[in-house]
Design a protein around this ligand. Sequence first.
Ligand SMILES: Nc1ncnc2c1ncn2[C@@H]1O[C@H](COP(=O)(O)OP(=O)(O)OP(=O)(O)O)[C@@H](O)[C@H]1O
Ligand SMILES: [Mg+2]
Length: 735
Amino acid sequence: MKKSPLPMETTVRSEKQLYGEDGLVNLLRQHFGHSEFRGKQLEAIEAVLSGRDCFCLMPTGGGKSMCYQIPALAKSGIVLVISPLIALMENQVAALKEKGITAEYLSSTQIPHVKEKIYRELDLGKPSLRLLYVTPELVATAGFMSKITKLYTRGLLNLIAVDEAHCVSTWGHDFRPSYRKLSSLRNHLPDVPVLALTATAVPKVQKDVIESLCLQDPLVLKTSFNRPNIFYEVRYKDLLDDAYRDLSNLLKSSSGVCSIIYCLERTTCDDLSAYLSKAGISCAAYHAGLNNKVRSSVLNDWISSKIQVVIATVAFGMGIDRKDVRIVCHFNIPKSMEAFYQESGRAGRDQLPSRSLLYYGLDDRKRMEFIVSNVKSKKSQSVGSQDSLLKKSLADLNQMVEYCEGFDCRRKKLLGSFGEQVSSSFCGKTCDVCKHPNLVAKHLEELAQASSNYRKNGLSPIFINSLPNMDAEKTEFWNREDEASISDEDISDSDDGVEVVNTLTRSKLSSKSGLNERLEYLERAEEAYLKKNGPSKQAGSDKKAISETLREAAKQRLSNALKQAQQRLGNSMTEFKESASVLENECYKKYVKVGKTFYNSQVASTVRWLSSATISEINDRLHSGSTKTNCAANLNSMPPLPVISDQDPQPPELNNDKNQDRALPEASSRSLQMEIPSQEITLPPILSFSEFVSKKGKEGQSSPSSAQGKHLMKRSTAEPGKHARNDAEKRGRLQ
Ligand SMILES: Nc1ncnc2c1ncn2[C@@H]1O[C@H](COP(=O)(O)OP(=O)(O)OP(=O)(O)O)[C@@H](O)[C@H]1O
Ligand SMILES: [Mg+2]
């Protein structure tokens, strides 16, 4: 539909003076305290105030919000802002209110009387409201559209700003089906200028956004993607003894700076959060598995500096404006350079020196490849379109892998992925490759070696050992869409109107859904499947069975971890194999019916636990008896359980073997001869790492075992320092 040339009949003469550059700069100074416009802000503002559509591509933290906030002040009437996340809306509205600017948001999380008040305000002859933030889902509802159309016919709708506009495009990294429907705005509200804003849009996405939103002859504004104040670095998990500890040390040595840590999965967020809390770091997890209230409170605590570190899935942070984030860490490989740019770009929005740190692991890479290759819908999409999306997702991931595994300047690589060509010297040693080329080259060599070892062994150290086969149909849970029930709960707003919910629910199964959405969905599907069917129904497949070889490899890992624990704690413990056998048996009993995926996770979690447990905790776990367990009938009796003594400590020695925490392909002949009990033995209940840590927290310091723990902790706290040094030596000092 054609736009009429003269929108905004309601503009009053006196306001016109504000349209001049000086008037606009005055608004900026008066309301926001900034002295000058940045980059292309002024051009964007002038364009929309003149009634022209505008597509605005500015880097993360570039100040895109100002491009619609100033117009809201420059004219009477309302600016409608479409935003993808409730948290983001809350954040911006609160900041505006603090500055005395009238702004509100509408979302499903608000109580009815607040919503009604806002709707009443919209019906007023002259609403005092300047900015109204809404979700795309709400825009799609008939009720809201009718309200906004009335506002429009009264000449009170100044501008429609579509924030994070890349969500419109199926080619973008955060596609939101509801964004697609925003095209209807142009039909209903033809005269209102539309401003599309994004920090990440490759040329194809730009075109798609402009077409999908029906922008007419838009002013296209682009600035460089470069973020000169961010130092880019990659650390290689496979070359570190313990990535958790490495990160913990880094955060501790950065003296409590504001940080975001992104993880692929909720469980990693919880585990890592528990680990870091225990290490004394002020932090909290944030993901879609937590309810709105908890998420809101984590967000508020983080924004108000009550906590310094948020450990989150990618659900956190889109557009969140905390200026002084000093470290953004990706604990798992992101799915694309676009996603990486967007997320790492949350660092240093105040333009001060900041860090992007990515922990790259070969397992993570496999895992992502697996997810990307196998998340596809059986419904509605043509094979051709699924294939091309799959190819794109794999190509996107591949770029990310090249960023990590390549020996190119990281900045150059990042900018290159957006079509910006720069020379390596452009970086000015603000990435690890440019700053420490020899060290990074050495790490890459070691990584290549580790990679070929994995291939030879056919087993991955931590993750699902069936992944090298990459056979999705036979892999547990990842594509069980059919059995899943979908939770309405989402980080984004999705419950304004039944029709919208239904549409969204269907759309979540679409192969075109954003990968974030699909990952969240799959995680929920997995949980729902387990809940509904119980573990027993999932047993029976040979592919899921926990083989003897796998069990032996797990025992070996646990035995190595026990050895390390001994070195850390300086105790004389010799019966590693028997103890490892007990711990392995716990994992086996718990997950024998569920399958090897969960079994492997439990083993990994136990290994992690061993890296920080005290002597008394290890003894408790090996000896306390609350869970009765039947062991295989054809096995002989268990040797006496080893007692780990706190006496006569040996001087600790650090084990530098990088392979010590890896599952071995073959069981050692000694461990194969190990005897396992035939009669009933008692085992302690098995806690997940996070359960364990929170339980310990609750127990406090008063119990006898914790007194002993305290004594032991004194000694053991000295040891991680040595381990940390060990990690640092291996990694070298990258900064
Ligand atoms: N002209 C300016 N001068 C100084 N600071 C500014 C200016 N414009 C905006 N800022 C500040 O820059 C910070 C980032 O702004 P904003 O949140 O609008 O960025 P953004 O481009 O939307 O980033 P993202 O893509 O991450 O959402 C804010 O703290 C804002 O106050
Ligand atoms: Mg923004």
